[in-house]
Design a protein around this ligand. Structure first.
Ligand SMILES: NC(=O)c1ccc[n+]([C@@H]2O[C@H](COP(=O)([O-])OP(=O)(O)OC[C@H]3O[C@@H](n4cnc5c(N)ncnc54)[C@H](OP(=O)(O)O)[C@@H]3O)[C@@H](O)[C@H]2O)c1
Length: 320
C-alpha cells in the first residue's frame, strides 16, 4: 500500500511517500481502506520527536484521523463489518492514517453518516473531540452563556463553534482572513472578529464572554483575562510559546484557566465524547468543513501549510 513513512525525526522532508506491506488486523482490530486522512498541527509536533505527549517508535506512519470503508476485521470484532463507511479517531493507537489502509482498535472506528463525505469524516477525530472536551468537559458551557472561540476558523474552531451554538450559547468566533470569517459565520457564530486587527477585542466591552476557548494562548491569554466576564473560564487548547503574564489578572475576575490536552482524557471521557460526537454528526449539528485537500504524496506541503495563517476549516490528505 502507498503510505507516508517517517524513519527519522526532523523537518517536513522526513515525510517520505513509500510502499509498505498491508497491515493485518489482530483480534479486536479493524482494517479500513482510507479515502482521506486528517492533518492535525500535532502531526507536525510528533514529526520533530520533541512533542511532550507522544513519541512513536521509528519508523512510523503519521496520522490519527481518517475515513473510509472497512476492508477486514480481526477475530471478535462485532461493531464493524467489511463495506461499512466509517471514520477513524485513534490518537496514537493505530498504524497511522497517512496511508491507503489503517489498522485501528474497534472502539476507534465509528460509523460515518451517509450525509458526510470521507473528507468530512477525516475532519472528525482530534478536532471534534478537542472541541467537545474544551466546551463541555472543561468549561462546562451552559445555555445562555457567551463564548469566545479564539481561533474559530481552523480544524478545532469550526466544530467548537457548531457545538457551542447548538448548546444555546451566544458564540463569538475569530478568524484572520475574510474567507475564514465567512466560514465562522456559516458554522453558526453570532459575531465574528478579526484577530489580526488592532484592538479587535475592544468590541467585546458589551459582550464579555463567560467562556473563552483559546487556540493561541501565548499571544492571547492576558487579553482574554482582560475581557472575560467575572468568574469566567478560559480553556487553553493551543499555545506555541510563552508570554509575560501578570497573575493578578486572574484575581480581579476570579477567572479560572483550564489547560486541556486530548492525551489526558480518560477512556470514559473519550468514549463519552465519541458518543456525543456521533449523535451530533447524525443530527447534522456537527458538519465538518474541509478547506484544503491535498494528495497523500503531498504530506510535506500539508505540514508546511497546516501551521500557516489563513485556516479554512480542516486540511485533509486524499488517500484513495
Ligand atoms: N489541547 C489539545 O488537545 C489540542 C487538540 C487539537 C489541537 N490543539 C492545538 O490547538 C490549536 C488549534 O488547532 P487546529 O487544529 O484548529 O489548528 P488549525 O486548523 O491550524 O487552526 C488554527 C487556528 O488558530 C487561529 N489563529 C491564528 N492566529 C491567531 C491569533 N492571534 N489568535 C487566535 N487564533 C489565531 C487560526 O486563524 P486564522 O488562520 O484564520 O488566522 C485558526 O483558526 C493548535 O495549536 C493545535 O496544536 C490542541
Amino acid at each position: 500500500m502507498r503510505a507516508i513513512q517517517v524513519s527519522r525525526f526532523g523537518a517536513e522532508d522526513v515525510l517520505v511517500p513509500t510502499d509498505l506491506p498491508l497491515p493485518e488486523p489482530a483480534a479486536g482490530q479493524v482494517r479500513v481502506r482510507l479515502h482521506a486522512a486528517g492533518v492535525n498541527p500535532a502531526d507536525t509536533y510528533v514529526r520533530t520527536g520533541q512533542y511532550a505527549f507522544f513519541t512513536p517508535p521509528l519508523p512510523y506512519t503519521p496520522g490519527f484521523d481518517g475515513a473510509g470503508v472497512v476492508d477486514a476485521v480481526g477475530p471478535g470484532v462485532t461493531s464493524a463489518a467489511p463495506g461499512d463507511r466509517v471514520f477513524v479517531s485513534a490518537l496514537g493507537r493505530s498504524t497511522g492514517t497517512y496511508a491507503e489502509y489503517v489498522v485501528a482498535d474497534e472502539p476507534d472506528v465509528q460509523p460515518l453518516p451517509d450525509s458526510l463525505s470521507y473528507a468530512q469524516g477525516a475532519a472528525v477525530g482530534v478536532p471534534c473531540a478537542t472541541a467537545w472536551r474544551a466546551l463541555f468537559q472543561k468549561a462546562a458551557l451552559q445555555p445562555g452563556e457567551t463564548v469566545l472561540i479564539h481561533g474559530a476558523s481552523g480544524g478545532v474552531g469550526i466544530p467548537a463553534t457548531q457545538l457551542a451554538r447548538d448548546a444555546g450559547a451566544t458564540v463569538i468566533g475569530t478568524a484572520g482572513t475574510c474567507a475564514g470569517a465567512d466560514l465562522v459565520l456559516a458554522a453558526g457564530a453570532h459575531h465574528v472578529l478579526d484577530h489580526t486587527s488592532p484592538g479587535y477585542l475592544d468590541k467585546l466591552a458589551a459582550l464579555a464572554p463567560a467562556v473563552v476557548v483559546e487556540m493561541l494562548a501565548d499571544v492571547n491569554l492576558a487579553k482574554d483575562l482582560e475581557i472575560i466576564a467575572p468568574r469566567g473560564r478560559i480553556v487553553v487548547v493551543g499555545s506555541r510559546g510563552s508570554l509575560d503574564f501578570t497573575p493578578r489578572l486572574t484575581m480581579r475576575k476570579e477567572a479560572t484557566i483550564h489547560g486541556t490536552a486530548l492525551w489526558n482524557a480518560t477512556a470514559e471521557e473519550s468514549a463519552t465524547a465519541l458518543r456525543a460526537i456521533g449523535a451530533k454528526l447524525r443530527s447534522g449539528v456537527l458538519h465538518p468543513m474541509v478547506g484544503t485537500e491535498l494528495p497523500l504524496d503531498a504530506a510535506q506541503e500539508a505540514h508546511r501549510r497546516v501551521l500557516a495563517p489563513g485556516s479554512l476549516g480542516k486540511m485533509v490528505l486524499n488517500t484513495a
